[in-house]
Design a protein around this ligand. Structure first.
Ligand SMILES: [Mg+2]
Length: 266
């Protein structure tokens, strides 16, 4: 039992959970995750599933979580796309936006009242567009060269996939940098602060009432640290103990998996 962590846990009102490597691995639940998630809810705390993947909307994740039997109506899914919408509404209200994104994300932006403009935007947003084509690339290049505000939904270079990790938005950024010389003015998702601000707004919680749980040091744990949230590193995914000790980063606690949180919920 880590007493300092136990004391911090007393204040926690919401769990921010990474998915792959934390809750499941390639769709398979880690240990008795159903029971662990139930225990978190029963302790009176909210669960927010947090993902940088902006190619899918929250609804798509809800369907996936239902399928593997862990969805509960009290839970929330929050994507870097949601955080980008929150940012556009709060800081760039009413501005015309060009979105390089999937049809699903486009629909989500429109539903949220974001003004999309494919000809004369003031802001260019790039996301993890798995439906990318040459016309879209040329539009982004044009709008960046015109000097529009440049926003990226998140920074990941690759997205984990079965055979080989596939190019994510960070790879698109490199291409646009080569073509236009520009880097994003704002990057929204983990590990940056904009997603943290969105989460605070969503949950109504202060920093010390939020705990970030994840398996990746440079996104999940860095995200928690950047936002002054409590942090839990789980060794059920990407990070090994050796990687952790060499990183120089300090999480509030390191657990073999999220299932080991149970004693701290009391
Ligand atoms: Mg992960």
């Amino acid at each position: 039992m880590n007493n300092a962590f136990y004391e911090k846990m007393k204040k926690i009102r919401a769990f921010l959970l990474d998915l792959d490597g934390t809750v499941y691995i390639e769709g398979e639940l880690i240990g008795d995750m159903k029971n662990t998630l139930r225990a978190i809810r029963e302790s009176g705390r909210k669960i927010v599933y947090l993902t940088n993947n902006s190619s899918k909307t929250g609804e798509t994740y809800v369907e996936r979580l239902k399928k593997i039997g862990i969805w509960d109506e009290r839970d929330t899914v929050y994507t870097s796309g949601d955080a980008t919408v929150a940012l556009l509404k709060s800081r760039y209200a009413g501005k015309r936006v060009y979105l390089m994104g999937t049809q699903k994300l486009r629909e989500e932006f429109l539903r949220e009242g974001i003004v999309l403009d494919d000809e004369n935007p003031e802001i260019t947003v790039i996301s993890y567009d798995t439906e990318i084509n040459y016309e879209k690339l040329c539009k982004v290049a044009l709008f960046l060269k015109r000097g529009t505000t440049y926003i990226a939904t998140h920074p990941d270079v690759n997205c984990p996939a079965k055979e080989v990790d596939v190019p994510d938005i960070g790879s698109y950024m490199k291409m646009f940098e080569a073509s236009t010389g520009r880097l994003p003015d704002v990057i929204v998702g983990k590990p940056y602060r904009f997603m943290g601000e969105g989460i605070k707004e969503l949950t109504g919680c202060e920093e010390d009432q939020l705990v970030m749980v994840g398996d990746r040091l440079y996104t999940d744990i860095r995200f928690g640290l950047n936002n002054s949230f409590t942090t839990v590193l789980v060794l059920s995914g990407e990070t090994t103990e050796k990687m952790y000790s060499e990183s120089g980063m300090k999480a509030d606690i390191v657990l073999n998996s999220l299932n080991d949180i149970l004693p701290y919920l009391r």
